[in-house]
Unconditional design. Structure first.
Length: 181
């Protein structure tokens, strides 16, 4: 079975669990932290995949490492250790967060700009793009990228709105090249 299919199934199970217990928001918050730990810590990945370390030690480590999080979070990680699916943790979490956001009418977006945006600018972008995307709200993450020269680029899901100077220069360059052929 492909990792995408597996990730979606686990995410749907977590979504239902959170819905039943009315803990979806807390699960999203805690799983965001877990996702960052799994993405940024290669030693953790190596430890969890190591064949000579038994699953009980791995589960014990996860219990200690994620102490203070909900038991559902820790139990999910333990289950993934048992089934040797720890590589799918970030993907499962991404799918889970997407399901929760879809249910609430929220979209996650990344804004690329030359400088850090002010709160007023972020608020204006959230309102504008929420209307444009037909969503109740937009969660913005600001990424500073000096290579865009000026303007902003917004990524919502798989859609990119490019209003950067570097993007405009690239489009002009492509038109000139294609016109000269």
């Amino acid at each position: 079975m492909s990792e995408q299919v597996v990730s979606k199934r686990y995410a749907e199970a977590l979504f239902q669990l959170g819905k039943e217990k009315n803990t979806q928001d807390l699960l999203v918050e805690e799983f965001r932290v877990v996702r960052e730990v799994f993405k940024n810590n290669k030693k953790l990945d190596t430890f969890l995949k190591h064949p000579k370390i038994d699953n009980e030690k791995k589960k014990q480590f996860l219990t200690q490492a994620f102490q203070g999080t909900q038991t559902d979070v820790v139990n999910t990680l333990k289950l993934l250790v048992e089934r040797r699916r720890t590589a799918a943790v970030p993907s499962i979490i991404d799918h889970f967060i997407q399901l929760v956001n879809d249910a609430k009418g929220i979209a996650d977006a990344t804004v690329y700009s030359v400088r850090e945006l002010s709160e007023a600018e972020k608020q204006q972008l959230q309102v504008t793009f929420a209307k444009r995307m037909g969503k109740a709200a937009i969660n913005l993450e600001n990424v500073v990228d000096p290579s865009i020269i000026g303007g902003i680029k917004i990524r919502v899901g798989n859609t990119i709105y490019d209003g950067t100077i570097s993007g405009k220069l690239n489009r002009i360059s492509r038109r000139i090249v294609s016109a000269n052929k």
